[in-house]
Design a protein around this ligand. Structure first.
Ligand code: ADE
Length: 231
């Protein structure tokens, strides 16, 4: 079984509609939908925005369902010029850009207890995601760092700070929290994002305009990925 988590309903709508024999189970504040998706057993959830929602949902999912890997998918702001609206970003690793104990001498983004800044994504899953994304043909695919924090980034200054500190290709609000939860349970994870805005002064307008188109790109990648894995 595979696990898929998105933050917003619009990021998961099409996958939910495509699921066969769908069974709904509520655990705490999360609703899990399990069934068959493009020939594979899958469980889906809409975790809500932000790191705590995402970590809770990921941990509930992996403790209640026999998932072999967990993928966080959805839309994101661009983290740098050259990554444009409609492009896909596959995370090599994710960072929590708003984790800040620099005042105690730690590097930016350092997560005490696990002792890391970058939360690695599973190399085999990344490779499968890349191959599936490249089959879209009409979409540019990037691989690199994704930065997560509890803020919708909508100023050039904020985006530049995150890029300067971490070299992020994309900014979003859940990926590194899902990666964190997976890491602590030894579960392979991935983060797949499609760019809906440039995380600058235009983001408030671009996000509602392009989020549905960007979500459709991630849906197409998941369809290709799961069909390949089922065959
Ligand atoms: N998700 C989509 N766009 C985003 C942005 N600009 N900041 C954070 N999360 C996002």
């Amino acid at each position: 079984m595979v696990g898929l988590i998105g933050a917003m309903q619009l990021e998961m709508d099409q996958l939910m509609e495509s699921m066969e024999d769908r069974h709904e189970t509520r655990i705490g504040s999360d609703c899990f939908y399990s069934g068959r998706l493009y020939g594979r057993e899958a469980v889906l959830a809409v975790c809500g925005p932000g790191k705590v929602n995402a970590a809770l949902c990921a941990e509930r999912m992996m403790l209640h369902y026999p998932v072999e890997w967990l993928l966080n998918l959805g839309v994101a702001g661009s983290g740098q010029p050259g990554v444009g609206i409609g492009d896909m970003v596959i995370a090599t690793a994710a960072v929590q850009h708003d984790m800040d104990t620099t005042g105690l001498g730690d590097p930016p983004g350092f997560i005490s207890k696990i002792g890391l800044v970058e939360l690695p994504c599973d190399a085999a899953l990344r490779e499968k995601l890349r191959q599936a994304a490249e089959k879209l043909g009409d979409v540019r695919v990037h691989e690199g760092l994704i930065a997560t924090g509890d803020q919708f980034i909508h100023t050039a200054e904020a985006r530049e700070r995150i890029h300067r500190q971490f070299g992020a290709l994309a900014v979003e609000m859940e990926g590194a929290a899902v990666a964190h939860a997976c890491l602590t349970h030894g579960l392979p994870c991935g983060v797949l994002r499609s760019i809906s805005d440039e995380a600058n002064g235009q983001a408030d307008i671009d996000y509602p305009t392009f989020a549905r188109m960007a979500a459709a790109h991630t849906h197409r990648v998941i369809e290709i990925l799961l069909k390949e894995m089922a065959s």
